[in-house]
Design a protein around this ligand. Structure first.
Ligand SMILES: [Zn+2]
Length: 283
């Protein structure tokens, strides 16, 4: 018995000596396979919507138009003459898309009233000429190619807090609030950390993008990028989320379920030939 337990003790010691090395070697192998794209970390990027089906479909008699889901990136450019309603935010000279001013104001007021802090905008709507000038001044590493910047939609804002701008924005209370709560006001962090291969941009915690409710909440809760969110819809299918029904439809075939025709219908072209149709049954 003594001999056996001695053997066991000896073996345990051996394992404990080699274990750290084994862990390091296995980690290095896993890292090499991950870098080579042979294995992938399971992603939690799942579409959280439930697919629903209806019997009959009709063209809506009337609907609201809201350009809150325009996709602008290296693949989908915004044309210089895209019809946009650009207005000045409140009493300022800050130009924004008219669709975002109310919700941006709500977020700004909340930060002022509840946190006692201020949120500032360093860049908002840019015309094609503005983007060309910035691109020529700052170069391709910093500025987007004219036509590929979503600032040209008026739906994106670069925000900052006093003493905390750019990459330092998340280091303050206002930055943390915006990162964690902007979805409640219809905004998303458009270029999240680690999504450069999808968005074409590295992490920009200061660049918030309006997509409206409930889309911002869904995108944020499921850790999607705007690209992935739009891709997650099967064109022509309807999905439910809370009191909302949502579909991605061809722009020239905006058929809605007949039984939802009495509710508020919002049509949001996504700049890829499709439109997201959102029906809110809670109004
Ligand atoms: Zn920006």
């Amino acid at each position: 018995m003594c001999y056996i337990s001695g053997m066991l003790t000896f073996k345990k010691k051996n394992i404990s000596i080699y274990l750290p090395f084994a862990v390091i070697i296995l980690s290095l192998i896993a890292l090499a396979l991950y870098e080579a794209g042979i294995i992938s970390i399971p992603s939690h990027r799942a579409q959280p919507l439930n697919k629903v089906s209806f019997e009959n479909y009709i063209y809506p008699e009337e609907y609201n138009y809201a350009p809150n889901l325009l996709l602008v990136n290296k693949d989908y450019h915004i044309s210089e003459d895209y019809p946009l309603d650009i207005v000045f935010y409140r009493e300022t000279d800050v130009p924004m898309n008219a669709v975002i001013t109310e919700d941006y104001g709500r977020m700004s007021d909340y930060i002022r009233n509840e946190l006692g802090e201020r949120l500032y905008v360093s860049s908002s709507y840019r015309s094609q000429e503005d983007q060309e000038r910035i691109y020529n001044e700052e170069g391709p590493d910093i500025a987007a190619v004219p036509g590929e910047s979503e600032h040209q939609t008026g739906l994106a804002l670069d925000v900052y807090a006093m003493y905390f701008a750019g990459a330092a924005f998340p280091d303050c209370g206002v930055g943390q609030f915006v990162l964690n709560n902007c979805s409640q006001f219809g905004f998303i962090i458009r270029y999240p950390y680690g999504a450069e291969d999808i968005t074409g941009f590295s992490y920009e915690p200061w660049h918030i993008r309006y997509v409206g409710y409930p889309h911002a909440q869904i995108i944020s809760d499921s850790h999607l990028t705007l690209e992935e969110y739009l891709d997650s819809f099967e064109v022509g299918s309807w999905y439910s989320y809370d009191s909302y029904y949502i579909a991605r439809l061809p722009e020239d075939e905006l058929l809605i379920p007949e039984e939802l025709s009495g509710y508020e219908v919002t049509v949001s072209p996504d700049n890829t030939g499709f439109a997201i149709v959102t029906i809110n049954t809670d109004v």
